[in-house]
Design a binder for this molecule. Sequence first.
Ligand code: PLP
Length: 427
Amino acid sequence: MKHTRSIEAYEEAKSVIPGGVDSPVRAFGSVGGTPPFIECGEGAYLVDIDGNRYVDYVQSWGPLIFGHCDPEVEAAVIETSRRGLSFGAPTLLETELAKEIVSLFPAIDKVRFVNSGTEAVMSAIRLARGFTGRDDIVKFKGCYHGHSDSLLVQAGSGAATFGSPNSPGVPADFARHTLLAEYNDIQSVEACFKESSDIACIVIEPIAGNMGLVPAEESFLQQLRNLCNEHGALLIFDEVMSGFRASLTGAQGIIGVEPDLVTLGKVIGGGMPVGAFGGRADIMAHLSPDGPVYQAGTLSGNPVAMAAGLAQVRQLKNDPSVYEVLQGRAERLMSGFKSAADAHEIPLQVDVRGSMFGFFFNDRPVKNFDDALKSNTDRFAKFHRAMLDRGFYFACSQFETGFICTKMTDAIIDETVRNVHEVMGAL
Ligand SMILES: *Cc1c(COP(=O)(O)O)cnc(C)c1O
């Protein structure tokens, strides 16, 4: 497989863009080599500027549940964009998408749209602080909630890959208000409440996808709910990744614990930049202009982005059985990985939640970030490079989640597994 043009493009990009990329993980830092520059997407596939074709298990890091260039999403975007790209004024599309979300998520009475997952979580935290009148927050090691200051503390994937769990530029005075706990370990959370009586909220990925795929135990989430009730803190589920991915209603469709606030992104934008946060009406009433907690955005609720999101969410809502199909394919892929690894005596942990899948080169089950960090990242890098060379595009870090889209047929999965067998044999 030739990468001549991508190598040239990467050098040129590096001359004008730091590291040649607009988001660090794209630079392939942890697996080496040059990131393919993308020419176009076609359903389950990516095509790079050298003309190489890959089965795409990244799907833009989650948003594209119907794959690239889904006809309904494409048509909605083209039609809407003909009427103007942005107005900075209300449109009917925002209410339509908000209604879909409110009708699907029992925890959401009202929702506000923003432009990214980062903004969604940052705003939800401000709202939680404004509502409770408290300053501290609890987050978990290995959970990623975007790159805003208070949340860039032990933040998983990109940060883990680049070895800077606490970024320079985040004032110690900010980071001090972020208390760190261990995922799936309730005692570590209780310790936070002993340390501080000023905790506004706990923020958690109920299905962590940014330290690899590590679902929270339901009993753990229930205990978080109880602790929040006991101490008057809010529980925020960051479902930017798992929302509309793990199920039609994200983790909340699988587990019976209700948060106070929920953040969404990725799938609700259909590939356009969209985030959202929503929750209980009495909390959302504190948000400007109804209340005093300020939050705004020139392009928030952008009509083209709303149209793309609506086209995806409505298709999902009209045929929720799609999740069983996607989960079946994810399981088919992961059981193929597992049997290939077993055949070659390579320790491997696999897991699936709906259309999300994860695998760790690790001999122990992974319950938290420390477990994840014990994975064999050299082996992962070799695996990644060999699969890429055979035309299979997996996330370029051991600490990321993979995604199935509806355009991935059983034949594509089986072809992938055949290649995984050969690659594992050569590791
Ligand atoms: C991707 C992600 C974010 C950040 O979203 P951006 O759109 O990249 O800003 C936040 N939280 C979770 C759980 C995510 O997966």
